[in-house]
Ligand binder design. Structure first.
Ligand code: ZN
Length: 681
């Protein structure tokens, strides 16, 4: 990215104005006045605005010859907005909706994407089109070209041509013929069919081609124009490096798991990639589905979580159909962006310090029906243990694993020989490793290896799968017993027998009681208690070269995500402590505090973030953050290269007393509200 483009990284306060307006809505934009809108944005400290050029009904909000303007719009909303934003130093990213395109679907019914029965798909009441149809060349490219040539915009936001729609397989005559030509077969029914994985990859290829052609067309006219594709290359379904043709990444948060932890989850992955990114939160509690407003505390909390995890901040608001804004939201977001303004200078171009890494392997994802729960679970366990970490993909692992101190492989079943070699070398040279369950049992193409690819590193040999779906772990070694005690831990899911070759046992694998007498459920309501020892380990540790590798013989991360048993989290935390030889950071607080560590030039910036409280009514989907207490007395031990000049808590500007001992800096943060950062310079 050249310096011309750096505004996307330097501007932390972004807004997205939603305006999907049905064609039947009368008087669209009747009261829209760009000057009034821009004044409101300025007063709320907004630096970048996403504004609609084209909606998903196929209508434009500017004067177009290539496309069709909204039937009831009389103004050039985009044009007026661009002009006014230019004068007020606000950057404009044009929203361009495509592929879910009702106008074109009506004009060209044979371009629609269809299911196995030949019936068109419907998504959110909209009609998706097929990427193999002439839609791209006859509609999208001419409209995009006109937009880029005619308007002085700063960026384009393409939506929704991401991984979600890729998974809706099209069975139209064009797709059938293409697939037949390529594979000599019919398009399979689903991913589980024999050709399923091939078809999934083929779908991804044709979408990549479609996405690339859109971006290339834009860059050909204006090479400096920044392009993003919403929710794409952000690591959930395809954790691989983003291609060169996108300039920045955007991820909607709180859609995926319905929890605030999303912000941290995506931030900790995206911050390891070489692209600027922003996370997109919502004004409404219930996504963009209604017109309500989150409490200001929630907007501040979410902004802080974005900053603390390496993102710039973006929120969704909606224009009323007549083109006016809701004043109450701008008072709230103005307060939240004031909060961001006080903190953003400590985040500018800062990079996460490599410490603990969780591998999110694309090979495992592709062969695993996209189950990301082990990654979410590992993330949750570390965040709640106040451990600084990042989530990395295979590319990052191969490039820079040596920079990290410990690697976690949460049930990462399919690993390539290249990745296995890199992990082996890493541990040999002193790195720490924690692996669980099926990790490395299969190749990257899902072929069984017969034993763990990392068997020598684990110091255990795979025997066979455990013939039951739950068992107990009985910790036998003091080194990992903290907070767990002597109570056997209940673990369910996939378990296996692994025989130590050189590893030492830390916990035993214990059967449930009445194993033989009562196969199946113990009684009406509960599981059976722990019974006899299986003679196999549940957790082991192995010295391999200069490093230590811990192996857990069960899918404890999946189990943790499903059941949230705190003992599982304590075990993970204790293992991190055991295998990490070169400690960097230790944070202790009475309340849950999320921790992240960044380097900004020669300074270290430690973020402390209140870990959310939630009040849910019925069902966990929509959480509301309302009252956030002040956190007191956080003690920190941080490894530093030399004597610091200053240790200051920001934005409070509080100089902290510190002590330097054996290369570790110790200090205490007396209090903070929502978020604070400690700058060590
Ligand atoms: Zn098709």
């Amino acid at each position: 990215m050249n310096c011309r483009m750096s505004w996307i990284e330097e501007r932390f306060r972004k807004l997205y104005l939603d305006y999907q307006t049905l064609p039947d809505v009368p008087d669209v934009g009747k009261n829209f006045d760009a000057e009034t809108v821009v004044n409101t944005l300025k007063n709320a400290h907004v630096q970048v605005i996403h504004f609609y050029a084209r909606d998903m009904y196929g209508h434009s909000y500017y004067n177009t010859k290539a496309g069709v303007k909204h039937p009831h719009l009389k103004k050039d909303m985009l044009g007026e907005m661009v002009e006014s934003c230019r004068r007020n130093d606000i950057k404009v990213i044009a929203y361009f909706g495509l592929l879910y395109d009702d106008r074109i679907a009506r004009a060209h019914p044979d371009w629609r994407a269809v299911n196995t029965r030949g019936k068109p798909y419907i998504a959110w009441t909209l009609t998706p089109l097929c990427v193999n149809s002439p839609y791209l060349t006859e509609c999208v490219l001419p409209e995009l070209t006109e937009l880029v040539e005619q308007y002085d915009i700063d960026g384009i936001f393409l939506d929704p041509i991401g991984h979600g729609i890729e998974r809706q397989w099209c069975y139209c005559p064009r797709c059938k013929a293409e697939f037949k030509k390529r594979f000599g077969e019919k398009i399979p029914r689903d991913r589980k069919s024999p050709l399923g994985l091939k078809c999934a990859r083929w779908r991804r290829e044709i979408f990549d081609d479609f996405r690339k052609k859109c971006c290339d067309a834009i860059h050909k006219i204006k090479p400096g124009l920044l392009v993003t594709i919403n929710n794409t290359f952000c690591g959930t379904r395809y954790p691989s490096n983003p291609p060169d043709y996108v300039d920045f990444l955007n991820k909607e948060v709180k859609m995926f798991t319905g929890k605030h932890v999303d912000i941290s989850y995506f931030g900790r992955y995206l911050a390891t990639l070489e692209k600027p990114f922003h996370l997109l939160g919502d004004r409404c509690v219930n996504l963009w589905l209604d017109w309500d407003l989150k409490p200001t505390a929630a907007l501040k909390y979410e902004s802080a979580a974005m900053l603390a995890n390496g993102a710039t901040c973006c929120f969704v608001d909606k224009l009323y159909p007549d083109g006016t804004l809701e004043g109450q939201f701008y008072r709230a977001i103005g307060e939240a962006f004031e909060f961001v303004k006080q903190r953003e200078q400590f985040c500018l171009k800062a990079k996460p310090v490599p410490y603990i890494a969780i591998l999110h392997s694309e090979a495992t994802m592709n062969n695993n029906d996209n189950d990301i729960s082990p990654i979410l679970a590992a993330h949750k366990a570390l965040v709640e243990s106040s451990i600084h970490f990042n989530i990395i993909n295979e590319d990052t692992l191969l490039r820079s694993l040596g920079d990290y101190k410990t690697l976690i492989l949460p049930e990462q079943k399919c690993l390539s020989d290249k990745v296995i070699k890199a992990v082996r070398d890493f541990v040999k040279e002193g790195g720490g490793l924690i692996a669980a369950g099926s990790t490395s049992l299969n190749t990257e193409t899902d072929k069984q290896r017969g034993d763990f690819g990392l068997a020598d590193v684990f110091g255990v040999k795979y025997q066979q799968d455990y013939p039951d779906t739950y068992a107990y772990f009985k910790v036998t070694d003091e080194s990992v017993a903290a907070d767990i005690g002597t109570l056997p831990m209940h673990i369910d899911g996939q378990l296996l027998y692994a025989k130590p070759t050189s590893a030492r046992t830390l916990a035993n694998l214990v059967r449930r009681a009445y194993w033989k007498e009562m196969p199946g459920r113990f009684n009406v309501g509960s599981f059976a208690p722990a019974g006899e020892d299986t003679g196999y380990p549940a957790v082991t540790v192995n010295q391999f070269g200069k490093g230590k590798a811990a192996y857990i013989s069960g899918s404890i991360f999946r189990s943790y995500w499903k059941n949230n048993r705190p003992q599982t989290k304590y075990l993970v935390r204790n293992l991190v402590d055991l295998v990490t030889a070169d400690k960097l950071l230790e944070v202790k607080a009475d309340a849950a505090v999320e921790v992240s560590l960044f380097r900004q030039d020669s300074a270290l910036v430690l973020h402390l973030l209140f870990y959310y409280i939630t009040k849910t009514l019925d069902g966990p989907r929509w959480v509301a953050v309302e009252d956030i207490p002040v956190i007191h007395d956080v003690s920190v031990k941080l490894k530093v290269a030399g004597r610091p000049q200053q240790v200051v808590q920001m934005p409070e500007k509080r100089e902290l007393k510190w002590k330097l001992e054996d290369g570790f800096l110790s200090f205490r943060v007396p209090q903070f509200h929502i978020h604070t950062c400690v700058v060590v310079s």
